[in-house]
Write a protein that binds this ligand. Structure first.
Ligand code: 7TS
Length: 426
C-alpha cells in the first residue's frame, strides 16, 4: 500500500511511461479479447473495473476447457471425469489458499461472491453470538452488502449497529473507531478498500484494536484482492471475503476465508448435499471443513476460472500491477483535478484504483451518458454505498476505476471526454 498523494509526480511523466517493473500494458491488453472491440465506433475505454473487471483469454480458456473436457459433478463419482473435475476444483482451492496465505485449504470456502460470504458469517457466526443489546461495528465506508446482512441480524436479535466515522478526506477516524469498541461489541465488519471513494483502511491497526478486546473481525476484501497483496495470517483477520469477478475471474464465484477454529464451531449456513457426513430422519451429522459450508453442487467451472485468474495475476506479480495502478490513479487524480469545477470525493492518503468525482452543475448520470457516447465506460450513481454519498452530501458521483490493462492514454481520453461534457453543459 503506498500513498497516492505522496507518489503524485510533480512533473507528469510522458504518457508512454507505462512500463513499470517490466509491465508492458499494451502487450497485456492483448490478453483481454473484449478490449479489442469498438464501442459506438470508438476504441473501448473500460474504466468500470470496481464493478467488474474484464477476463483474460487464459480464464476464458480454462472455463471452456473444463466444459469441453472435464465437466462432471465433484466429490461423488468414482468415474474418471468426476475424479478429474474434483481434482481441478480442489487445486483451485489450494491456489486461493496460497494467494491469500491461509494456513489450510480447508479454511477456503467457495461462495457465490462477497455478498454471500458476508451473509454466511452473519447468519452462522452472527446468529449464534449476537444477542439483544449486543453491538456490530462497521465503518461509514461500507458497501450495502456489508451493511444490510448486519441489519437483518440486528433486527432479528435486537442488537445494535454502530458506525465508525470518516473525516472529510474519507479516512477512517481510528480513535473514534476504538471508542466504539465496547464490551458489547461482538463482531467488527469492515471493508478493506472503499468501492465508492477508494480509501484503503488501516486494517492491521483495526484488527489489533478489536483483538485486544477479543472481538473477531470480518474483512470485505472485494476491492482489495485485485489491487494489493493480502496475507490473512499476517493480517490476523478472522474472516476475509472477496468476489472472483473483480479479480479477472468469472461471476457467480467467491471466497470466504475463516480461521478454522471459528468455522469449526459455527453451525452450517445452508443444508443439502455435500455438506453432510450422514443423514437419518432423526439426525444429521455435518461434513468436515470446508464442505460443511458448501451445500449443493458448487460452481465448479467458476472455481477453475478463479484459479486461472489468480495464476494470471501471480504471473504478472501483484506488486507490479499495484505499482502500475497507483501510477494511473496519481496521473488521473492530477489531470481530473486540474479541470475547472471538479470536486474529487475521497482524497485519503492511502487510496487504490478508484477516482470518484462531481462536475459542477452536471448530474453524474449525464456525465456517464455523454462519456458512453464516446466508448468510455465509467460508473455513476451511489455505487451501492448510499451512506458514503450521505456522508459527503452528494446524491451520486461519477467513478473511474482502474485495472491492470488501463493506460495513461485512456486517462487522457477520459479527461477530454469530461471537457466535452463541460462544453455541452456550459
Ligand atoms: N463489497 C464491496 C467493497 C464491493 O465493492 C462490492 C461490489 C461488494 C461488496 C459486493 O460484491 P458482489 O460481487 O458480491 O456483488 N461493488 C460494486 C461496485 O462498486 N460496483 O458494482 C459492484
Amino acid at each position: 500500500m503506498t500513498s497516492v498523494a505522496r507518489r503524485l509526480p510533480t512533473v507528469l511523466r510522458p504518457p508512454q511511461a507505462q512500463n513499470i517493473g517490466g509491465f508492458d500494458v499494451e502487450k497485456l491488453r492483448r490478453d483481454f479479447p473484449i478490449l479489442k472491440q469498438k464501442i459506438r465506433g470508438r476504441r473501448l475505454v473500460y474504466l468500470d473495473n470496481a464493478a467488474t473487471s474484464q477476463k483474460p483469454q487464459a480464464v476464458i480458456d480454462a472455463i471452456s476447457h473444463y466444459y469441453e473436457r472435464d465437466n462432471s459433478n465433484v466429490h461423488r463419482g468414482v468415474h474418471y471425469l468426476s475424479e478429474r473435475a474434483t481434482e481441478e476444483f480442489e487445486n483451485a482451492r489450494q491456489t486461493v489458499q496460497r494467494f491469500i496465505n491461509a494456513a489450510s485449504a480447508s479454511e477456503i470456502i467457495f461462495t457465490r461472491g462477497t455478498t454471500e460470504g458476508i451473509n454466511l458469517v452473519a447468519q452462522t457466526y452472527g446468529r449464534t453470538h449476537v444477542g439483544p443489546g449486543d453491538e456490530i461495528l462497521v465503518t461509514a465506508l461500507e458497501h450495502h452488502s456489508n451493511i444490510v446482512p448486519w441489519q437483518l441480524l440486528r433486527d432479528e436479535k435486537g442488537a445494535k449497529l454502530r458506525v465508525a466515522p470518516v473525516n472529510d478526506s474519507g479516512e477512517l477516524l481510528l480513535e473514534e473507531f476504538e471508542k466504539l469498541l465496547s464490551p458489547r461489541t461482538n463482531i467488527v465488519a469492515v471493508t478493506h478498500i472503499s468501492n465508492a471513494i477508494g480509501t484503503v483502511i488501516p486494517l492491521r491497526q483495526i484488527i489489533e484494536m478489536a483483538h485486544r478486546r477479543n472481538v473477531p473481525v470480518l474483512v470485505d476484501g472485494a476491492q482489495a484482492v485485485p489491487h494489493l497483496t493480502v496475507d490473512v495470517q499476517a493480517l490476523d483477520c478472522d474472516f476475509y471475503t472477496f468476489s472472483s469477478h473483480k479479480l479477472y475471474g468469472p461471476t457467480g464465484m467467491g471466497v470466504l476465508y475463516g480461521k478454522s477454529a471459528l468455522l469449526d464451531a459455527m453451525p452450517p449456513y445452508q443444508g443439502g448435499g455435500d455438506m453432510i457426513s450422514s443423514v437419518t430422519f432423526e439426525k444429521t451429522t455435518y461434513n468436515k471443513l470446508p464442505y460443511k459450508f458448501e451445500a449443493g453442487t458448487p460452481h465448479v467451472a467458476g472455481a477453475i476460472g478463479l484459479g486461472a485468474a489468480i495464476d494470471y495475476v501471480n504471473a504478472l506479480g501483484i506488486e507490479n500491477l499495484a505499482a502500475h495502478e497507483h501510477d494511473l490513479l496519481a496521473y488521473a487524480t492530477e489531470k481530473v483535478s486540474a479541470l475547472p469545477g471538479i470536486r474529487v470525493i475521497g482524497t485519503a492518503k492511502e487510496k487504490a484504483a478508484v477516482l470518484s468525482f462531481m462536475l459542477d452543475g452536471v448530474h453524474p448520470h449525464d456525465v456517464g451518458t455523454i462519456l458512453d457516447q464516446e466508448g468510455i465506460a465509467i460508473r455513476t450513481g451511489h455505487h451501492c454505498a448510499q451512506p458514503v454519498m450521505q456522508r459527503f452530501e452528494v446524491p451520486a458521483t461519477a467513478r473511474a476505476s482502474f485495472a491492470l490493462y488501463n493506460t495513461r492514454e485512456e486517462v487522457d481520453v477520459l479527461v477530454e471526454g469530461l471537457q466535452r461534457v463541460q462544453e455541452v453543459f456550459a
